[in-house]
Every structure is written in C-alpha cells, then in structure tokens.
Design a protein. Structure first.
Ligand SMILES: [Zn+2]
Length: 630
C-alpha cells in the first residue's frame, strides 16, 4: 500500500506498513504496553551555494505517547560537532587510533603525529546551527545550546497523549567536509547534507537520548517530513523523500512535460512518510539514472559525470546488482517498505540514511558493490527496525554486516561454506588481544576505534552466524523474518531479538545474549584425551573458556568414512534440529569442565576427531579442536 502522509501514529500501529504484507498490527507480544513518540516536520530551507550557508524554518508537531509528563525536550544540532574544541574534536585528539579521514598525519606511518582536521577549521569552514527563535504553541520558549544539543525548557509541560507545536527559525553553515556531511569533499561533491537540521532527540521507555555527536551512531523519532529546499537551479538533489513537484524540477525526476519554475533557483518539495531522518545531497554535475524494480521501489542513482570513464562504467554495473541486493534482502528479511531508494555519490565512506545512502563513488567496482550492499542492508536494520545504535551498535552494524556477507556470497555465486571465515579470524585476533570491550559498550566509549569496529561489525555479525550454529540455520532464517515482522518501526532491543529466536526454536537462549554481548568471555573447547578399551574408544572433551556452547563433532575414520555427533548444551533445554545421520549425545551441563563419550569402534579405526568442522563456533583456540588419533 501507499502510505498516506497525514496519518497519526496510532493508525500506523494498526495498519500494515508494507505493500501487501501484514505487519505492525499490534504491539509486539512481549510488551503489551509498548509506546513510541511521534514527530511531524515541516521545513523550508534556503541554500546559498556560494557561501554554504542556509536558513530554515521548521514546524515540528510532537506527540507525547509516553505515560510521562515532559518538562523539557532536546534537539540534536549535529553540525556543531564540526568546530574546533567540540567534543568530536577533543575525541579526535585523544583517541590513539583516530579515523584517518578526520586527521592529517604530520608524522610518518611508523610514528604518526595526528592533527585533527576539525581543529584547523576557520569561521567560514565550520559547521553550525544557530537557533534564532523558538516557540512552543506560539509562545517564546527558553532554549540553550550545549555543544551539539539544544536544551528546551518548556513553558507548558507536555502531558501524556498531548501534542505540542514548536516553530523554529535557524541559520546554519555546511562545514568543510570532515566526515559524512559537509561541502566539497575529496570526490568534489558539492553538498552532502546528512544530520543537517535541528532534529528532536528520542524519548523512549529508557528516558531521553540526547546524546552528544562525538563520533558515530544515531537514534531518532519516526514521523512524517514535508521539506522544501530552495537551491541554485543547476543543482540536482538526491535523498530521502518523494519529490512532489517533479515536472517543475526536471533533473531526471520528471514524469511528463517539464515546466520549470522561473528564476535562478528551484524549490524542491519532498515528502517522506514514517522516517526518522531526512538526508540529501546536491551537486551541479550529477548524472541521474532511474531503475524501476518490478513490484518494488524505484531506484535512483546519482553520481558525478566528471569522474573517469571506467568509474562511470562501474555506476552502470552497480545498477542491476543493486536490484539483486534489494531482492535478496526482501526475501531474507522482509519487504522494503518504501517506494524509493537512492544510491548517491556523497564522496566520503558510506553511510545509511532514510530511503537513501551516501557513498564514495570512485573506488573499485567490488568496493562500490560491497558498500552499496552494506548501506542498503542498513535500510532494514538501522532504518526500519532502528534499535538505539548508541547503546546497541552491534545489533545494527553486526546484523547488517551478516546479511551483506550472505547476500554478496549468493549474488557472486561464490556459495562458500562459511562466508564469515574472515570475520571469525578478526574477532579471534581481537579476543586474544587485550583491547576487546563488550558489545554493551556505548559506541562512543571504546578505547580504540578498532575495538569498536571489531565489536560492532564483526562480533555483531558472528552473533548471528554463530546463532545459526546453535539453533540451526533454518531456525535462524525464520527468526530474522519473524523479528522484522514483529519489530519493524519499533526500536527493538537485543532481548527482543533473542525472545523471537527462543520462540522460533523452542530453545532457551538468554545465556547466549548474556555471554556474547555483555561480557568478553571466550569460547575454547578442546579434545583432551582419546583412549581405547576393548572394542570401544572413549573421548574426553574439555571446556577451557568460560562461555558455554553446544558442540558439533566430526569423526573421520581410517577408511575415509565420517560420522557426525552433536552434544546439546543443557541450559538450552533442547537441541537444534540435526540430520538423521547425526548422533545426538546426552547434553553437557556447563559447570562440568569435562565430558566423556564412547565411540563403538577401536581407536585404531579412527583417524581424526574435530570439534566444529565448519568453523561456525568462535573458538579462540582452534588448535585444540582437532585430535589426530592415527
Ligand atoms: Zn554500517
């Protein structure tokens, strides 16, 4: 179905949101008291492409669906991060391994001496949003800017169930590009407008999330956006939202005869229903291609015509691949709920936004496909499910990386037995170092950027691949779809995911979430001893690591034949489905450090015994997983 813009939140909770697929009929079964806040934005923006300054008016209708009285509200003013002495600048100067894109290295590679690029920004180069006026229901309201946060002390507290309207007038400047948003980045894209407007912070059952913009990760309130952007008529815009006046604009959006507005500027009118972010990019040199997916969204590709010919060719190759990726994610997670998705050259890394992504445009073709796969996959996890990324970055980055790896493996027809082998290696290296921090660490609070990346992207992806090992692949596939169906547009927490997994599999799995996400306990199982008596062989296994796991075992005999065994973990109160040919042994209770079982063959008939032959268990010492008997 098409989503109608003026619908209230309660209507959205009752109505299917995806085309033809029922979803969101009721609050999730695990929390009958579920609620979420709602915002509707109406903005008019005037962008000066000469000075990179823009002015804006914003009307924000806020609905307090919480059971609480709100005395304050908070807005994010993200561009303020790009100023000397901001928290982002301070963090860049103090972290031992800063993001290479955000610093200049004045030393050598071996002995680096980093200089924060933010610290060098002049007054005309910094980013800012200055709030000139703010009213609540027509009356001036007290507000104060503290770093990247605007603190608003309300004249009139917002009661549960009440709506209030804020009207703001602001001035802003697009920073010289440092990271994500900004102007004139190294690929020459004029305007990458991410996190560019005053954005209301999220309030949920854990309270306010007015987190400062220090490094990464976002969390927002869903609502309907109505945005008018006035800009030099030569600039093409791509971004969130459906263009309402395509035939006044042209630029490849037209659906009929173009009758352009008169004057040096065009006013682009976008509407975006039920999104928690609105992002755009603009450049006078964008090529704009469109691909209509059958029964699916319209894909838009915007990239600079000035790049070398072979790079331009990459953007053509990318288009049918994006279609395949969209199909893969729709099939394996659930339907993409919007009618449009845009892949836009933003010129810096890759970042996911509502109905679009901004990515680097001039890398290799495999890099271009890989970053598109990753950012597109975020549409399901970061955008539609939208867990609080600050607290649970791994649920977003990890799940996205997991499905990205699977999709790329399938689309490239590699069909490898373990597309995550490289991820297991990098997690194991981190677990064996002294730098690992648990997944529950706030995204900004990792001691090293590298520790954040391995935790969120890698250990988060392995959470799923290893869960497939624990509960069985089919159960994992069903869990992902059920999770999306139950929790789309609801900001789930990690426990919500594991509850879906438990219901799908019938297994108790809370221990897995606890050990894997809340601790740095490691997995290490070993084959301790193999002994023969009469016509049987006794195998003794040992649990060395603190983290519990069920075990898959493979025994290879000297005649070349093999047999498979499975040892369930007692605390799961069940076992995963296994093929008939697998022998399921009695369960192993975690507290016992060893486990013994018999094989009905002489020791001389056994060649090797292997724990987890497919390598889906993140055992930090694989050397003791294989025992050569003969
Ligand atoms: Zn990501």
């Amino acid at each position: 179905m098409k989503i109608i813009f003026s619908l209230s939140l309660s209507f959205f909770l009752l109505m299917p949101l995806t085309k033809g697929h029922s979803q969101n009929e009721t609050p999730p079964s695990s929390n009958p008291h579920y609620w979420q806040q709602h915002v509707d934005y109406t903005m008019e923006i005037d962008m000066d492409v000469e000075t990179y300054k823009y002015t804006g008016t914003q009307k924000l209708v806020y609905t307090n669906n919480s059971p609480d009285v709100l005395n304050r509200v908070y807005y994010h003013l993200y561009p303020n991060a790009f100023q000397p002495d901001s928290e982002m600048d301070a963090r860049l100067k103090s972290i031992p391994d800063p993001d290479g894109r955000m610093v200049n290295n004045l030393g050598t590679r071996a002995e680096p001496n980093y200089e924060s690029r933010i610290s060098k920004l002049g007054p005309d180069e910094i980013g800012y949003i200055k709030v000139n006026s703010l009213t609540q229901d027509g009356k001036n309201v007290n507000h104060e800017t503290e770093g990247t946060i605007l603190i608003v002390t309300l004249n009139k507290p917002i009661q549960p169930g009440e709506k209030t309207t804020f009207d703001m007038v602001f001035d802003a400047q697009v920073p010289v590009q440092i990271r994500r948003s900004g102007r004139n980045n190294k690929e020459g894209v004029a305007l990458s407008m991410a996190q560019w407007y005053p954005k209301l912070a999220e309030y949920d059952d854990e309270g306010w999330h007015a987190h400062p913009y220090i490094a990464r990760e976002f969390y927002g309130v869903w609502g309907d956006f109505d945005v008018k952007i006035t800009i030099d008529k030569n600039y093409t815009i791509g971004g969130t939202g459906y263009l309402q006046n395509p035939n006044e604009i042209g630029h490849g959006y037209e659906t009929g005869t173009v009758k352009k507005q008169k004057g040096k500027t065009l006013t682009w009118h976008f509407k975006a229903p039920n999104v928690h972010d609105f992002t755009w990019a603009a450049d006078p040199e964008y090529i704009h291609d469109k691909v209509q997916i059958e029964n699916g969204p319209m894909l838009h590709f915007l990239y600079k015509k000035t790049m070398p010919a072979e790079k331009l060719e990459n953007w053509k190759i990318l288009q049918p691949v994006t279609e395949q990726l969209m199909d893969y994610f729709n099939t394996h997670i659930g339907d993409y709920p919007y009618d449009q998705y845009s892949v836009i050259q933003g010129g810096d890394g890759g970042m996911e936004y509502g109905m679009c992504t901004l990515i680097v445009g001039e890398g290799t073709i495999s890099g271009l496909i890989s970053v598109t796969a990753h950012e597109l996959a975020h549409s399901w996890f970061q955008f539609v499910l939208a867990s609080n990324e600050n607290k649970h970055s791994w649920v977003d980055e990890g799940f996205t990386s997991y499905i990205q790896d699977r999709a790329l493996d399938a689309i490239s027809e590699t069909n490898s037995d373990n597309p995550f082998a490289g991820s297991y290696r990098s997690y194991i290296a981190m677990a064996n170092s002294d730098r690992e921090q648990p997944l529950t660490t706030h995204a900004d609070r990792f001691a090293y950027n590298r520790a954040f990346s391995v935790a969120s992207y890698v250990k988060g992806a392995l959470f799923l691949s290893q869960l497939g090992y624990i509960m069985g692949e089919d159960n994992l596939n069903k869990t992902l779809k059920q999770y999306y169906k139950e929790w789309a547009f609801k900001h789930p927490k990690p426990m919500d995911f594991i509850r879906v997994a438990e219901k799908v599999s019938g297994l108790e799995l809370d221990w897995y979430l606890t050990d894997w996400a809340q601790t740095t306990n490691t997995i290490d199982y070993a084959i301790k001893n193999v002994e023969s008596e009469d016509h049987k062989t006794t195998v003794t296994l040992e649990r060395i690591g603190l983290m519990p796991m069920p075990l898959d075992l493979e025994i290879t005999y000297t005649d070349g034949s093999k047999s498979a065994y499975h040892i369930p973990l007692r605390m799961t109160r069940g076992a995963k489905p296994t093929p008939d040919s697998t022998t399921v042994l009695s369960n192993w209770a975690w507290a016992y450090p060893t486990y013994t079982f018999d094989i009905d063959k002489k020791k001389s008939a056994i060649a090797t015994i292997t724990i987890d032959p497919r390598g889906y268990m993140a055992d930090v010492n694989r050397e003791n997983n294989e025992f050569k008997v003969n």
